[in-house]
Design a protein around this ligand. Structure first.
Ligand code: CMX
Length: 434
């Protein structure tokens, strides 16, 4: 059975569970919303549902019940490689089943048929000033392709709620398969003297991306690892939530992903990986190119905090321990680039930043998140244009959010519309005003 058939079976099995919960248990409370949560960005309010990943504050992320090391171990890998096929991971996120090698390779072949980027998308990218941020380019390229949407066509021709997921699935596969070429094109056009490298259809998602970036092995494995790690972090983060929200209006995958990418481009979210490198470069610049000592770093961390800025790559809205996505990349560095200077600096920040953040006393979580470590590996393999790093995050994040909106349509989730209240109402609820 191919991926779409397996998915159909899973959807048919899952629908009655949602119908029963809504119909018979719709009034059961999951919690109360406090004034602090209403003002404070809905932190910890339980009002989203996804089975694709779950984020435990202490343990960190599980994808479909598996930890990161389990995913890396169990999923099929290209021959001779250490990290799994992105295509097999897509199968896994959609279905919850670890695919066999044959099932993963079937998706690899399917993606190849979908991978060609239309020329007008390239034209859109080429028309943009070269100093445009690469995330703007990525988002624009995605939304420019909206005319290809099978879901929008399906809606225009007479919508059926029961089968709507199929065209959302088709759009999601089409879009995902094209992202490596779009991202690599942006990179080569913007930073490498406009020298795009043609795609090699014999390669898988990660392999072809590395090839089109012009970075030799083991960067293909780095790409696979990176895309898997950044794929999903349950539903409440800005990029996932935005994608889900926009899709809830029955906007198609192109509109929805583009919107999610715009959220990812914020410095408190995905752009933090670029900010980490920028911050370290500032430290170097202020020391005249010298490698900082622990004392230098402490001073720069305090200067950053005292100037009202955040320490990029540290803290998290849900996590209360070191992010396992950070740990996974740290272990990669310890194994493959233990002597790298940048890695040593990032490791030194890990030694000093949590204590400083605790002493500072504001951040609820003083530990590093995924973004604190991700630039080191890219830098080591020659990708030093750090304002591109969020694009890598975006390609990875697309896997998770597109799987989610496919399931959103399968389960017929309605348009999202939380209720707002006024400040007067909050004061009345607090008993300080009638
Ligand atoms: N440096 C300095 N201050 C920090 C901080 C950090 N790394 N993390 C949190 N704080 C501050 C907050 O700004 C907030 O201050 P105010 O009360 O003055 O507004 C206070 O501590 C409480 O915040 P929190 O409840 O601990 O954290 P939030 O849930 O509000 O925000 C996050 C979470 C990630 C935005 C925040 O920790 C942060 O800004 N981190 C730095 C940016 C970053 O690394 N973002 C990437 C996150 C992962 C990702 O999405 O990619």
């Amino acid at each position: 059975m191919g991926l779409k058939d397996v998915l159909k079976k899973k959807i048919d099995e899952h629908r009655p569970r949602i119908a029963k919960l809504t119909k018979e248990f719709g009034d059961v409370k999951l919690g109360e919303v406090t004034i602090g949560q209403a003002i404070g960005g809905a932190r910890s309010v339980k009002c989203l549902v996804t089975d694709i990943s779950y984020l435990d504050p202490v343990e960190g992320i599980r994808f479909r019940g598996l930890t990161i090391p389990e995913v890396m171990e169990k999923l099929p890998k290209p021959k001779g490689k250490d990290y799994p096929y992105v295509e097999g991971f897509w199968y896994f996120l959609l279905t919850g089943d670890v695919p066999t090698m044959a099932q993963a390779e079937e998706v690899v072949e399917d993606f190849k048929k979908r991978a060609q980027v239309p020329q007008y998308v390239i034209d859109v990218l080429r028309a943009m000033p070269r100093d445009t941020h690469p995330m703007t380019m990525l988002s624009a390229a995605v939304v420019a392709m909206q005319r290809e949407s099978k879901f929008a066509k399906f809606y225009a021709e007479g919508f059926n709620k029961m089968t709507a997921w199929e065209s959302m699935y088709e759009d999601s596969c089409d879009l995902l398969a094209k992202l490596p070429e779009i991202a690599a094109y942006i990179y080569r056009m913007k930073y490498k003297g406009d020298t795009p490298i043609a795609s090699d259809m014999s390669l898988d998602f990660g392999g072809n991306f590395a090839h089109m970036m012009g970075i030799p092995a083991p960067y293909d494995d780095v790409a696979r690892m990176y895309f898997v790690l950044h794929s999903d972090h349950e539903s409440g983060n800005v990029s996932a939530h935005t994608t889900h929200l926009v899709a809830s209006a029955l906007s198609d995958a192109y509109y929805s992903l583009s919107a999610g990418l715009n959220g990812l481009a914020g410095p408190l979210h995905g752009l933090a990986n670029q900010e980490v490198l920028g911050w370290i470069q500032d430290v170097y610049a202020k020391l005249g190119g010298k490698v900082p000592t622990k004392e230098d770093l402490k001073k720069f961390l305090w200067d950053t905090l005292n100037s009202g800025q955040v320490i990029p790559g540290y803290g998290h809205a849900v996590l209360r321990k070191t992010d396992p996505r950070y740990t996974s990349q740290r272990e990669y560095c310890q194994k493959y680039l233990p002597e790298d200077e940048l890695f040593k600096v990032v490791a030194m920040i890990y030694d000093v930043a949590p204590d400083i953040l605790m002493e500072h006393g504001k951040a609820k979580n003083p530990w590093p998140n995924v973004d604190a470590q991700s630039g080191v590996i890219q830098w080591f393999y020659g990708l030093r244009e750090y304002d591109f790093y969020t694009v890598l995050f975006g390609v990875g994040r697309a896997i998770g959010v597109l799987a989610n909106i496919t399931w959103d349509r399968a389960l017929g989730y309605p348009i999202e519309r939380p209720k707002s209240v006024t400040t007067d109402m909050l004061e009345a609820a607090a008993g300080i005003k009638k």
